[in-house]
Design a protein around this ligand. Structure first.
Ligand code: 6PG
Length: 234
């Protein structure tokens, strides 16, 4: 696992965008990318949009999501809705499969798993997964103390969450650790002071207390800004 430090969110975002360009250009056939939600990825999406469609072979890119809130796509909390505003609409992208947050969560999770198995194989192998990490060390919607963290049989589940970080009691649709472990490349984008205390744990010994610490795979890298990295050993 590698950690790359950048000056600020802008530099982290640019590095994430350039990583997508690099890996997509080096690929052949469909390039499956999972986007993360929350606020960190917004700037990376905007940078990708500003690069234009010629920056990478978007016609071969298939967009997925690592998790979704149980809300309709036009809800302000929708991860798909954020990507639609910042990336899909500006670049007029058409190849995407959103998690249907408006559906009954177990049904939406099962439907998404079926799509992944149909499009990305068994196990579903995504070429690139972008992840964020919460101040509690969650990633995707694998929150500490929730059943999805221990899930080893399914690739996508509906996960009951009760956390102040998730705005209280809710259900999230999320990919599981086996899905993340099967991905060819995983890139965490982390920035800001609310991640400083958590980051040493996320990068430390694997523990369910910090689910992001459990993410393993052939190529996992963390792009972090200086503020978030303040408590890491130099
Ligand atoms: C979500 C995300 C989640 C996010 C972290 C970090 O649905 O909220 O997928 O895992 O990546 O909570 O969020 P910020 O980027 O807003 O700090």
């Amino acid at each position: 696992m590698q950690v790359q430090r950048f000056s600020d969110l802008e530099a982290v975002s640019r590095a994430g965008a350039e990583e997508l360009v690099r890996l997509a250009r080096a690929s052949n056939g469909p390039f499956h990318v999972a986007l993360s939600g929350g606020s960190t990825p917004k700037r990376m999406h905007e940078i990708l949009a500003s690069m234009g469609r010629e920056a990478l072979p978007w016609e071969r890119v298939v967009l997925w999501w690592g998790d979704e809130r149980t809300v309709p796509p036009d809800h302000p909390d929708s991860n798909f809705g954020m990507a639609k505003r910042t990336l899909i609409d500006p670049l007029k992208l058409t190849r995407f499969f959103r998690m249907e947050g408006e559906k009954d969560p177990p049904v939406a999770a099962d439907d998404y798993q079926k799509l992944l198995l149909r499009e990305a194989g068994t196990p579903p192998v995504l070429d690139l997964v972008f992840l964020g990490v919460g101040p509690d060390g969650h990633t995707a919607s694998l929150f500490p103390g929730t059943p999805a963290v221990a899930e080893q049989a399914r690739w996508v589940v509906a996960n009951p969450v009760d956390s102040p970080v998730a705005k209280g009691k809710t259900v999230r649709i999320t990919v599981t650790l086996p899905l993340l472990a099967a991905a060819k490349h995983v890139r965490f984008l982390v920035a800001g002071p609310d991640k400083t205390h958590m980051l040493p744990h996320a990068l430390g010994a694997p523990t369910p207390e910090y689910p992001s610490s459990l993410v393993r795979g052939p190529d996992v890298a963390w792009f972090v800004d200086e503020v978030a990295a303040e408590e890491l050993p130099t």
